[in-house]
Design a protein around this ligand. Structure first.
Ligand code: HEC
Ligand code: HEC
Length: 379
């Protein structure tokens, strides 16, 4: 039965991947074998367990035994390694470059009417989760775009940028919003250069950040500096302490939640240290999702990419509501429930949903969590 389930899931996954990521095929096979082993072990364990389960309250899943916790730790070490402490490409980022990028990221002068900075939509200050918690975000001129704003935290770890992957890295990404008419609305790269050239303090900052460039203040360098700042937005959580060996960093309920997350099959897509951000997948893989947005197809016009979206990272997900690319899903519980139905073809029980939610909350960075305690409690 386990074999059937895994085969079914992976046949669907593989069909939906054809033509998009062939080179990942062998990694995929390895994952399939791994997943099969894990599911089989989990089923066995839960059969063995059913005889002597501790008494359980109505709304939680039974806790894991010590042996199961140990096994979970080994699985998790292979599937979800700790978040690296630095981002790829950050080795050469000088303090001057990062400081300039931080200023630019927060500078409303990058928008046509001085109303909006990157930070307006992706608030990263004092524990901000890198989002604005809007379904879709109003641009500088008040018009809303069609997609929910993803977090800028940890974004540099993603394999591509945007829901549809149309920018290959942070640098390419940063050029988009500035000249996007419904975001920051600047007329052209030249207009950005002209405007920033009029800001006295930037002259020295650009020169210090790009010492070998004759023309330091350029649109390309604006993007480079912003990307360097974004590469500092590494946002680990208690999960990373746990997986790095601090056994008490996750509660028994959180470990149980991770077990539920793995067993439900979420790991087929939300894998790696980001719990996502590493592949495209079809939204509505098993049961269709009502989406007006065709995802990656909008960028490539390849019919094989229809409804393919980047699998989002689940880091800090508890505080980045509302959910999905269309921002229509208000709560994390509802997002988990919908994932079960649309992506795995399962009606997850309330207990399973609650268990997964408990785990996902442990992926919130502690500084971010501190800022959000009140708003979470009121949700
Ligand atoms: C008006 C709100 C708004 C502003 C201003 C804005 N963004 Fe975004 N950002 C978005 C939205 C919406 C998306 C997703 C768009 C898509 O996928 O098509 C996004 C996507 C991103 C991503 C990709 C994250 C991921 O998970 O794929 C990064 C990184 C990012 N923005 C950084 C920036 C930077 C840097 C700036 C300033 C130069 C900026 N944004 C300005 C709304 C905004
Ligand atoms: C077949 C691949 C696949 C599987 C399996 C899967 N997901 Fe997803 N998940 C996605 C994709 C793709 C999205 C982006 C959906 C969109 O376009 O809005 C997503 C989005 C999410 C989101 C919303 C994130 C955000 O920032 O908006 C959550 C939460 C989530 N998944 C949790 C889960 C959980 C929990 C499971 C297991 C029950 C699961 N997923 C199983 C592919 C998958």
């Amino acid at each position: 039965m386990v074999q059937l389930l895994v085969d079914e899931l992976f046949t669907r996954l593989e069909c939906s991947r054809l033509g998009t990521a062939k080179s990942h095929h062998s990694a995929f096979e390895i994952m399939k074998t791994q997943l099969l082993g894990i599911l089989a072990a989990a089923m066995l364990a839960s059969c063995a367990n059913s005889k002597n389960e501790p008494a359980q309250t109505a709304d939680v899943m039974p806790l894991l035994t010590d042996a199961e916790q140990k096994e979970l730790y080994e699985q998790a070490s292979a599937l979800f390694p700790a978040l690296p402490s630095t981002m790829p490409g950050s080795e050469a980022d000088s303090p001057e470059l990062i400081a300039l990028g931080k200023n630019l990221y927060h500078d409303v002068r990058l928008s046509v009417n001085d109303k909006q900075s990157c930070n307006t939509c992706h608030n990263v200050d004092n524990g901000g989760a890198g989002v604005d918690n809007e379904p879709t975000s109003p641009g500088a001129l008040g018009k809303r775009g069609g997609r929910n704003t993803p977090s800028a935290l940890n974004a540099g770890f993603h394999f591509v940028q945007f829901w549809d992957g149309r920018a290959e890295d942070l640098e390419a990404q940063a050029k988009g919003p500035v000249v996007n008419p419904i975001e920051m609305g600047m007329e052209s790269p030249k207009a950005v250069e002209a405007k920033l050239s009029g800001v006295e303090s930037y002259k020295a900052q650009f020169a210090a950040a790009f010492p070998s460039d004759k023309r330091a203040l350029s649109f390309n360098n604006v993007a480079k500096a912003i990307a360097a700042f974004e590469r500092t937005l590494v946002s680990p959580s208690r999960y990373d302490k746990w997986i790095s060996g601090d056994k008490n960093a996750l509660t028994a309920q959180e470990q149980r939640g991770l077990h539920t997350f793995i067993n439900a099959g979420c790991i087929a897509c939300h894998s790696g240290s980001l719990f996502g951000g590493a592949m495209y997948q079809k939204l509505g893989l098993v049961n269709a999702y009502p989406s007006k947005d065709a995802g990656r197809y909008e960028a490539t016009k390849d019919p094989a990419d229809s409804l393919m979206f980047k699998v989002p990272s689940l880091r800090n997900v508890a505080v980045t509501w509302p959910y999905f690319h269309d921002g229509t899903v208000g709560t994390l519980k509802e997002a988990i429930r919908l994932m079960g139905w649309h992506q795995i073809g399962q009606k997850l029980s309330d207990k399973e949903v609650a268990s997964i939610e408990i785990f996902l909350k442990s992926l919130t960075n502690e500084k971010v969590a501190a800022k959000h305690t009140t708003s979470i409690a009121s949700k």
